[in-house]
Design a binder for this molecule. Structure first.
Ligand code: 6SD
Length: 237
């Protein structure tokens, strides 16, 4: 699977060189292209923003550099449609969830467009939608300074679901949100640490009892912290 990212802060994505995704890239399971939007400007100041039509505070990302970036990444404007999926990260998008991550992990190529300032001229997404599938996706209901951190979180959540990225695929199904519940607590040695003991049931070797305990803990935690995840559940706030 290949990810391309268009951003004015390519250095943000250095973190994708390390850890699991870094190894997947070195193994050739994931490919990553990070592109500086300013490469597609032509003025001395490499300008990517301008004042908003209609007035108001802040600046808007101008469409021309984005148009050239997409010509380079998706093929020429008058060419065949691209099979890439283009994601604009925005707080006004559809929520990013584990089930969306699972769907996106089946794509062969995703291009992330990271906005800054007050966002990207709205015609850019409209234009790109004539050449590729476009999705506007929100990391969550809070406001970031730009799309980079949202894109990075999505790349990590999607990338780890691509076959071959996580060494033991069984570990994927035991995570929070994979079965719709929060994860049960986990323990390792020593048996007693600073006066706190690991629950007896986990040390007894009775696998059915361990499974039942973990399921009950997961349910209790979900009811307490995220009742909205349960059928008929209300928000915790
Ligand atoms: C100006 C952006 C792009 C600003 C964002 C996404 C989420 N979930 N919160 N904030 C965001 C994305 C903010 O460009």
């Amino acid at each position: 699977m290949r990810f391309d990212i268009v951003t004015i802060f390519p250095e943000f994505f250095g973190v994708l060189d390390v850890s699991l995704l870094g190894r997947a890239r070195r193994d050739g399971v994931l490919e990553l292209g990070v592109h500086d939007l300013r490469e597609w400007t032509h003025d001395r100041h490499r300008t990517v923003d301008d004042t908003p039509y209609g007035g108001g505070a802040g600046m808007v990302m101008k469409p021309e550099p984005w148009g050239e970036a997409f010509d380079a990444l998706l093929g020429p404007e008058d060419g065949p449609p691209s099979d890439a999926l283009v994601i604009f990260t925005t707080p006004a998008g559809v929520p990013f969830t584990q089930s969306l991550a699972r769907e996106l992990a089946t794509e062969s190529r995703i291009v992330f467009a990271c906005g800054r300032y007050e966002g990207i001229d709205a015609r850019v997404a409209e234009h790109v939608a004539t050449r590729a599938r476009v999705l506007e996706v929100s990391l969550g209901d809070y406001v970031l300074n730009g799309g980079e951190v949202a894109a990075m979180a999505m790349i990590e959540a999607i990338g780890r679901l691509v076959p071959g990225v996580v060494g033991n695929p069984e570990s994927l199904v035991e995570e929070s949100h994979e079965d719709g519940l929060l994860e049960h607590p986990s323990y390792t040695k020593p048996r007693v640490w600073r006066g706190l003991e690991v629950p007896e049931v986990l040390r007894g070797g009775n696998h059915a009892a361990v499974d039942a305990w973990r399921r009950a803990e997961a349910l209790e935690r979900t009811r307490r912290v995220r009742p909205d995840l349960l059928p008929g559940g209300d928000s915790p706030l």
